[in-house]
Ligand binder design. Structure first.
Ligand SMILES: Nc1nc2c(c(=O)[nH]1)N(C=O)[C@@H](CNc1ccc(C(=O)N[C@@H](CCC(=O)O)C(=O)O)cc1)CN2
Ligand SMILES: Nc1nc2c(ncn2[C@@H]2O[C@H](COP(=O)(O)OP(=O)(O)OP(=O)(O)O)[C@@H](O)[C@H]2O)c(=O)[nH]1
Ligand SMILES: [K+]
Ligand SMILES: [Mg+2]
Length: 464
């Protein structure tokens, strides 16, 4: 339900910058501003100004001037929210911004809830729900890839795909219903092989979208990289070097790291989520063993494994460690990171150079302590999981809610597919198709309720 109140909020980051923007939206946006704004132009009335115009003047409380401001006018339905919108550009002082908010509220506006401007844009049909959600993703984007995916979704890329699917599903229902109409005359009107082709095509698109979430999750949360190896090989030193920060404790004591240490860093536009882990060794220490168990579980969860080996150790030992980890991997990429080349054993280094690498494997020699050759490691990590080839047109699902809906839509489609194999009658097929439509409608917000909407918009920032 859309309430009629005129809402206001600071749209810019509080306490930062020379200029701040306060935004009002609603029927009384212009009227309320009128009462506190004074133009130096004689007899200028905001109410009679054209849409999309700017006006310089003073913002006052009674006779007192609070600030010199620029006011921008947008008129319904041509605004971000679809309502009358006024933006007040004032000076960046937190005190001034608060005073202006107070004076607007005392003239009848109320504070906007988090995400309420975007929620109104959705309720007024300016955008669908997945586009509104992309606004939040865009604000939170930290690199080129997450920005690209969010802007594509905000501009309706995902919505267009869903809408295409909806049309195909409706076409399917129409064909099936045609068949039903003629069934008494025993005519098989809808060519079932054509129907089958249509449903298979829909299923493959839904599956593609659903599966893109694996990549979408990586884009949103960073590529998971586990740093593993024996104790004291320099895993924590490597983490610190990659983060450029003394994040983990480094010492020459074996078993220094006990728990998983996690941090995200943006390297040349790609977010990596690193996990420094407890060194693997035989030990009777209970806590350390719990830590080692966590190391193994991170090994499973990561897409890239940095296996750190210590080149000051004998070749045989190092080779044995590599083999042990290889045995445990499924489809993760392995980068064997031969550390401590500054004091390394030359026989070990030579031997490693001749190590036979499998398809998903790479080898890099470096010194974590001296930050020597880190660039080569970074380059190799980027090659391993290249996100650069995400095209402008590719739709990538990054939102758990969408993934959930797609999963259920796909289940419904699978029921249609198996129903067709069993020559089930058209009205049962149509029922599952309608269910599929329902779940797709949840993504765009055609199907929604206050609870779902409340949950989505409360995670937005205030002023958005
Ligand atoms: N000052 C300001 N900057 C901003 C926003 C804003 O609301 N105000 N935005 C807020 O997110 C973003 C830009 N998005 C916007 C999207 C639509 C409209 C808008 O007024 N659309 C109307 C009118 C279009 C027209 O005049 O051609 C419309 O769609 O009908 C404004 C901003 C980022 N920068
Ligand atoms: N010479 C040299 N020493 C290094 C290098 N990298 C790490 N070290 C040293 O190796 C020792 C162990 O380093 P850590 O980073 O704590 O090793 P770890 O693998 O995290 O150890 P655990 O957490 O105990 O498993 C420290 O004394 C580091 O200074 C390197 O590239 N060269
Ligand atoms: K250590
Ligand atoms: Mg450590």
């Amino acid at each position: 339900m859309l309430d009629q109140a005129t809402i206001c909020a600071i749209a810019t980051s509080p306490g930062m910058g020379a200029i701040a923007t306060i935004r009002l939206s609603g029927e009384k946006a212009i009227e309320i501003t009128e009462q506190v704004f004074h133009s130096p132009v004689k007899n200028k009335i905001l109410a009679s100004q054209k849409a999309n115009t700017l006006h310089v003047g003073t913002l006052r409380e009674g006779a007192e001037i609070i600030d010199e401001v620029v006011v921008s006018l947008f008129r319904a339905p041509n605004s971000f929210t679809g309502e009358d919108v006024v933006e007040i550009g004032c000076h960046g002082s937190v005190y001034i911004q608060q005073r202006i908010l107070q004076v607007l509220i005392s003239h009848g506006a109320r504070m906007a809830r988090p995400g309420e401007f975007t929620q109104r844009a959705f309720l007024n049909g300016k955008m669908d729900l997945s586009q509104a959600e992309a606004v939040a993703d865009l604000i939170a984007s930290t690199n080129r890839t997450s920005q690209k995916v969010a802007i594509n979704q905000m501009r309706g890329g995902f919505s267009a795909e869903i809408s295409k699917l909806r049309h195909q599903l409706l076409h399917f229902i129409a064909l099936v219903e045609l068949e039903l109409d003629f069934s008494e005359e025993d005519v098989e009107f809808a060519d079932r092989s054509q129907l089958k082709q249509l449903v298979d095509q829909i299923a493959s698109v839904v599956l593609k979208l659903k599966n893109s979430y694996q990549l979408g999750n990586v884009i949103k949360n960073g590529i998971p990289v586990a740093i593993v190896g024996e104790t004291n090989v320099g895993k924590s030193t490597l983490l610190n070097a990659l983060l450029n920060e003394e994040r983990a404790i480094v010492s020459d004591i074996h078993g220094t790291t006990r728990d998983v240490i996690e941090d995200v860093v943006n390297i040349h536009g790609t977010a990596f989520r690193f996990f420094d882990t407890a060194g693997i060794r035989e030990t009777s220490d209970t806590i350390e063993n719990l830590g080692i168990e966590r190391t193994y579980s991170k090994l499973e969860q990561a897409s890239v494994i940095l296996l750190v080996v210590d080149t000051t150790n004998p070749l045989l030992l190092v080779s044995e460690r590599i083999e042990k980890i290889r045995e445990r991997l499924t489809d993760q990429h392995l980068i064997i990171t031969a550390n401590k080349v500054d004091t390394g054993n030359s026989e070990t280094i030579e031997g490693l150079k001749h190590l036979h690498l499998k398809k998903q494997e790479k080898l890099v020699f470096l010194s974590a302590k001296n930050k020597e050759n880190l660039d080569e490691l970074i380059t190799k990590m980027q090659h391993v999981v290249s996100l650069d080839n995400i095209g402008e047109e590719d739709t990538i699902v990054t939102n758990a809610r969408h993934f959930d809906a797609l999963t259920r839509a796909y289940e419904a489609i699978e029921r249609v597919q198996s129903g067709m194999e069993q020559h089930i009658s058209g009205d049962f097929l149509a029922q599952d198709i309608r269910e599929c439509l329902y779940f797709l409608g949840e993504i765009t917000g055609e199907i929604s309720n206050d609870e779902v909407l409340g949950h989505i918009f409360k995670h937005f920032c205030i002023g958005k």
